[in-house]
Each structure stands twice: as C-alpha cells, then as structure tokens.
Design a protein around this ligand. Structure first.
Ligand SMILES: [Zn+2]
Length: 125
C-alpha cells in the first residue's frame, strides 16, 4: 500500500482507496458501500467538530460572565453592554450548534440502522 496525493484536494490518501476520505474525489470504480463509508466518516467528523465548537461556545459564555462580574465590580455597578452582547452571541451560537448536532446525530442513527450487520460501515460510525 502506497500513500499518494489526492488529485482533487492534494491530501495524502492510500493508493488503494477508491474514494478520497477528505473531499470525496472518486478514483475509478466506487461501490455504493465505499460511498456509504465516506458519508459515515464525514458525518462522524462533523459531529466531532460540532461538539468541539459547542464546548467553545460554552467557554465563551463563561468568559463573558466573568467579564460581566469583573466589569460590574462584583455585580455592584451597571456593566458596559459588552459582556451582555458576548453572552448573547455565545448562547445563540451554542443553541444553533446543538440544533445542528441533533440533526447530525439523527442522520447517524439512520446510517447505523441502515448499516445493520455491515461491519465495514459500522466501524466508521
Ligand atoms: Zn481529496
């Protein structure tokens, strides 16, 4: 097995891979199963990234709350609008990310259901 560069995205892939696992570029014959595995991997990566982004949104919210506390001198004075804007952005971002995550998880459930006993596919879910 050799490592080659994908002709489409240039990332390193196996010379035996019928489909680039990064961009989905199809090299020669691609079976329906190869495509399913590619979609499954894509979905798995997407769920991972959405999770990471939602943690980032929580961190941002906690940071904004800290800013609010600091700016209001321990909730004594009225703070500047900055912390509230950041809290709002972080909370909205978090909700949007959770909605996208929910949808991706539903799609994964559907893939798992369809995969049934297909071990090659299940390994990638
Ligand atoms: Zn590629």
């Amino acid at each position: 097995m050799a490592i080659i560069a994908c002709p489409e995205c240039g990332k390193k892939i196996s010379s035996r891979a019928a489909i680039c696992s990064y961009c989905g570029f199809q090299r020669g014959e691609v079976s329906e199963q190869d495509l399913e595995i590619f979609r499954a991997r894509r979905l798995r990566d997407r769920i991972y990234h959405l999770n990471m982004a939602s943690y980032l949104a929580i961190t941002l919210f906690v940071g904004a709350f800290g800013w609010y506390w600091w700016d209001s001198q321990g909730f004594v004075q009225a703070p500047s609008p900055g912390p509230f804007i950041l809290m709002g952005v972080a909370a909205t971002g978090y909700l949007v990310l959770r909605a996208l995550l929910f949808r991706s998880r539903q799609q994964r459930k559907e893939l798992i259901r369809k995969a049934g006993p297909n071990r090659d596919l299940r390994r990638n879910l």
